[in-house]
Design a protein around this ligand. Structure first.
Ligand code: GAP
Length: 513
């Protein structure tokens, strides 16, 4: 646990030090759960977005993109259920005046029990070595059995109070479990209240004539309301998809873990419209396809797992998360949801307009079913960034900090250095830079000893460093150093473009899918 926290702290400080993520309005002490992407961060974010867009839109002839507005007609959110049901249960501690999400208090409590089980298992594994059988241990160890039973009981009661919106039952559960406020240490709790997560604002010049609108809490609704426009103008045939990337806003109560849970964030969503009755197959297909996309980045298959939902939202007939092993454990990175015809039907009802597809093969109209893939761009950024940040012990006894970003996503693909700032070397280095910059984002640096410059680029995540030295003047060759292996090779300037292209080309990476 301490190791995980340590790694997470390193991620936070590295993201700031190397120009990836800054706290928003830092000079005013920041705004909670809002962040700015800095000069390197904006490039990484753009590259992740492009990698998603290419895989989803460019590679699928039956998927097109849109860019809908953040502000939408307020009835959209009534139809989608967000006005009435996009709530989190809140509870305050009367002594510390601190506010918590009631479900998070209970889930954290349950997780602590789970960690005790894991600790017992780790200990037993050490004791029994090769002969250890985890399944048998879980089934026979009395401590584990007792704790697992307690966890299961908590899950059942938590699900019940949530499903039945039993707010008094929720409070009682917290009290019965003996959960105290981490700040005051007391269990002097208020009642549980529902809190809507949408940010509201007004359109209009005067108070009397203004209209209540909302900052969208998901990009998906912009796709649903445009379903027929896109289908007709694009002459799309079912099955087809509409993709979109863009900002979403949620007034999260417990906003923590850096860019994992933000109040302003970006989503990359795709709604796939299918014939009713075929949604199960498409759901399975998209689960597989999306996992393959993640795996193509080479961040370790062991760092992903599916979490199939037992408790489904009112609109879904199946749902799963792709979870990633973040520095604070496995957490949701992406959701794949089979959303039935709930959204389109609701928009039909509230707008009074038909949102149906005429199927020429079937010779009938119907409201399509929808399978959605929805990933948070900022969460993906955190997954990539935290997984890439490594400390390596070197043979000479020193350590180096290296950000082993997948080369296809790295903000800068190469840094170009003249060995010294004289003898015509900067001019040659600049010439190489001027040529490469048409194809790649490249960086020029002539300050400090070359070893120091290498380390700076390792930590910033640049896959290649190219050094121009005195031999370059004689034979038009340079040294190219690889970030991950630190291997250095002498190559012709004329070959640089191809060497970099081979390593960073989207095609090479996406073909691994
Ligand atoms: N349209 C479906 C939808 O919005 P969701 O599970 O609420 O589903 C989808 O969100 C994804 O958006 C999540 O898997 C997560 O990656 C990202 N996300 C949700 N809330 C977020 C937040 N407050 N901060 C950052 N990312 C968030």
């Amino acid at each position: 646990m301490a190791k995980q926290e340590d790694q997470f702290k390193k991620v936070l400080s590295h993201a700031k030090e190397y120009g990836y993520v800054f706290q928003s309005s830092e000079i005013y002490d920041g705004l909670s759960a809002v962040y700015d992407y800095a000069q390197n961060g904006v490039e990484l974010k753009k590259n992740i977005r492009d990698y998603w867009w290419k895989a989803m839109v460019q590679m699928h002839e039956n998927i097109v993109g849109i860019d809908a507005a953040i502000l939408m007609h307020p009835t959209t959110w009534k139809a989608s259920g967000h006005v009435d049901a996009f709530n989190d249960p809140l509870i305050d501690n009367k002594d510390s005046k601190k506010r918590y999400r009631a479900d998070v208090l209970v889930e954290d409590f349950r997780e602590k029990i789970n960690q005790k089980i894991e600790k017992d298992i780790t200990k037993a594994k050490k004791r029994f070595g090769e002969s250890f059988n985890e399944e048998e241990f879980r089934a026979t160890n009395q401590n584990v059995i007792r704790r697992q039973k307690q966890m299961d009981e908590i899950t059942v009661e938590l699900t019940r109070v949530q499903e039945e919106s039993d707010l008094e039952g929720f409070r009682q559960l917290i009290i019965d479990l003996g959960i105290n406020c981490p700040v005051s240490g007391s269990n002097n709790w208020t009642e549980v209240k529902q809190f809507n997560l949408m940010f509201g604002t007004k359109i209009g010049a005067s108070a009397e004539n203004s209209t209540q609108v909302y900052l969208r809490p998901e990009t998906a609704q912009g796709i649903f309301v445009n379903f027929l426009n896109v289908q007709k103008t694009g002459r799309m045939k079912i099955p087809f998809g509409i993709a979109q990337t863009g900002k979403a806003f949620r007034n999260e109560i417990v906003a923590r873990q850096f860019i994992f849970r933000m109040r302003e964030f970006e989503q990359m969503e795709m709604q796939f419209f299918v014939k009713p009755g075929t949604q199960k197959e498409w759901y399975k297909e998209w689960k597989e396809t999306r996992l393959k996309w993640h795996l193509s980045l080479g961040m370790g298959a062991e760092n992903y797992r599916f979490h199939d939902h037992d408790k489904l939202a009112h609109y879904a007939d199946a749902a799963a998360d792709i979870e990633f092993n973040f520095p604070f454990g496995f957490k949701e990175l992406e959701g794949i949801h089979s959303r039935t015809d709930f959204d389109l039907k609701a928009h039909e009802e509230y707008s009074g307009k038909k949102l149906q597809y005429f199927d020429h093969e079937e010779n009938k109209s119907y409201v399509p079913y929808v399978v959605e893939t929805s990933i948070g761009l900022d969460r993906m950024f955190l997954a990539v960034f935290s997984n890439s940040l490594q400390e390596e012990a070197l043979e000479n006894g020193t350590t180096r900090t290296v950000l082993k970003l997948p080369a296809v996503l790295a903000p800068f693909k190469a840094a170009i250095f003249p060995l010294v700032k004289k003898d015509g070397l900067p001019e040659v280095a600049r010439k190489i830079m001027d040529d490469l910059k048409w194809d790649f984002n490249v960086f020029y640096d002539e300050k400090d000893a070359v070893g120091k410059r290498y380390r700076r680029q390792d930590a910033a995540g640049t896959p290649f460093c190219i050094t121009v030295d005195h031999d370059t003047l004689k034979d038009n060759s340079v040294t190219i150093r690889h970030r991950d292996t630190m291997e250095q090779k002498r190559v012709a300037i004329a070959d640089l473009k191809q060497i970099i292209k081979d390593a960073v080309d989207v095609k090479t990476w996406l073909q691994k899918m």
